[in-house]
Design a protein around this ligand. Structure first.
Ligand code: ADP
Length: 407
């Protein structure tokens, strides 16, 4: 089965083509046979394209457009023609899987895209104003050029859609519940992938495991996973809740927002900008949203960078404690995404707070670029895993499962 995965960012588009042969899903994630990344955030009106194939072909291009439909059409053309060709025509693709950020309360599983699904994605754009419209553009672009291809929506919220009410409902007025103001949670595809992968690495049945998965990238979230399902998570109604992030604040006292909005020169748009782009590591350090630069600045003796790191770690420990209480115990703590996979000092600092439980990491293993391994000491009471997240592969697997079910 040939599966094209489209993963849309606000000014970026990733596309991967996977080929899964055989009657069962492979134990290890496959590498895509074709991979394209496009970014149009650097120069207005221009898209930078980078394509590579499993056979080692690489191509970089710049095209004069920032229209997502045109970019997707161009990428498919590069898949079917020229030096990066891997198929003869798009009709060889069996299914196109889209990462769709918000599925609301209606979509708890991946679905084949119909007119009703498209309408729901459009309606839910009020909850994900940057992402859902971009996802819809991708769906429509495929439809316009290759109308007959089956398309599947894989929702980032779906993995968290079974949160118990006590974890999902905010203690505001009850009307909020009726208005759909509740905790949805995000990064679900990554948390789901890491949960499956953790079970495989540990050689255990996922249904018997209590996990805390820490997705620490530019955006950061935790999930408490029990019996293979998320039962608590730190992101909420929007991806602003919870942990301190690269440039997002995470949870802050809502009274601060009221206080700021009462200032004469303040506006909702300014508050939106401040909380999403001028807070977090960037806001506190005044240097960068990138943990590597924070680390550099600390080595140079920068005290605001040190403060940013200290808050980041404090918040991480605080929320791991919360997830631990929701789970009532812990078999494995999992670190993933840019920071989680590459910052040993963050893993060590976060883990240290739970030493009293008997959780111990092996510092040698922790600092030797671990990928998909257990870095806990043999006598640790809790396993600690570092997992390279593979969201696109998880989307491909969801498409495969859905199509095989309907066979
Ligand atoms: P996104 O959340 O946008 O998908 P990633 O998961 O790739 O992004 O995470 C990007 C972040 O990971 C960077 O901003 C940086 O803070 C962090 N990061 C990447 N590499 C390293 C590294 N070697 N050491 C520490 N942090 C890193």
């Amino acid at each position: 089965m040939k599966i094209l995965v489209l993963n849309a960012g606000s000014s970026s588009q990733k596309s991967c083509l996977y080929e899964i042969t055989g009657e069962t899903l492979p134990e290890e994630p496959l590498k895509p046979i074709w991979e394209g990344k496009v970014d149009w955030s650097h120069e207005q009106g221009f898209a930078e394209i980078e394509v590579k194939t499993a056979k080692g072909e690489k191509l970089q291009e710049k095209i004069p457009t920032d229209s997502r439909p045109r970019i997707i059409a161009h990428m498919l053309d590069m898949m079917c023609n020229g030096s990066t060709q891997v198929i003869s025509q798009p009709s060889e693709i069996d299914v196109v899987g889209h990462r769709v950020v918000h599925g609301g309360q209606e979509y708890r599983e991946s679905v084949v895209i119909t007119e009703d699904v498209k309408k729901a994605i459009a309606r839910l754009a009020s909850l994900a104003p940057t992402h859902n419209p971009a996802n819809l553009e991708g769906i429509k672009a495929i439809e316009k050029h290759w109308g007959s291809l089956t398309q599947v929506a894989v929702f980032d919220t779906a993995f968290h859609s079974h949160l118990p009410d006590a974890a999902a409902i905010y203690p505001g007025p009850y009307e909020w519940v009726e208005q759909g103001i509740r905790r949805y949670g995000f990064h679900g595809i990554s948390h789901q992938y890491c949960s499956h992968r953790a079970a495989r690495i540990l050689g255990r049945d996922l249904a018997s495991l209590r996990l805390i998965t820490c997705h620490l990238g530019n955006g950061c979230s935790l999930a408490a996973v029990k019996n293979g399902r998320s039962i608590d998570t730190t992101m909420g109604f929007t991806p602003l809740d919870g942990l301190m992030m690269g440039s997002r604040s995470g949870a802050v006292d809502p009274g601060i927002l009221i206080h700021l909005l009462r200032q004469p020169d303040y506006s909702v748009d300014k508050l939106d900008y401040v909380l999403n782009h001028a807070s977090g590591l960037h806001g506190i350090s005044g240097i960068s949203n990138d943990m590597r630069q924070i680390r550099e600045a600390i080595l140079q003796g920068n005290s605001r960078a040190q403060l940013a790191l200290d808050i980041y770690v404090h918040r991480l420990q605080f929320y791991i404690g919360g997830m631990l209480a929701s789970l009532g115990g812990l078999d494995a703590l999992v670190f993933t995404a840019g920071v989680g996979e590459n910052a040993p000092e963050i893993r060590a600092a976060a883990s240290e707070a739970f030493g009293f439980l008997g959780l111990k990491i092996d510092h040698e293993k922790n600092t030797h670029k671990p990928v998909d391994v257990d870095i806990a000491t043999p006598d640790s009471t809790v396993r600690v895993l570092v997992i390279h997240t593979e969201e696109d592969w998880e989307i491909a697997c969801e498409c495969w499962r859905l199509l095989k079910q309907s066979d």
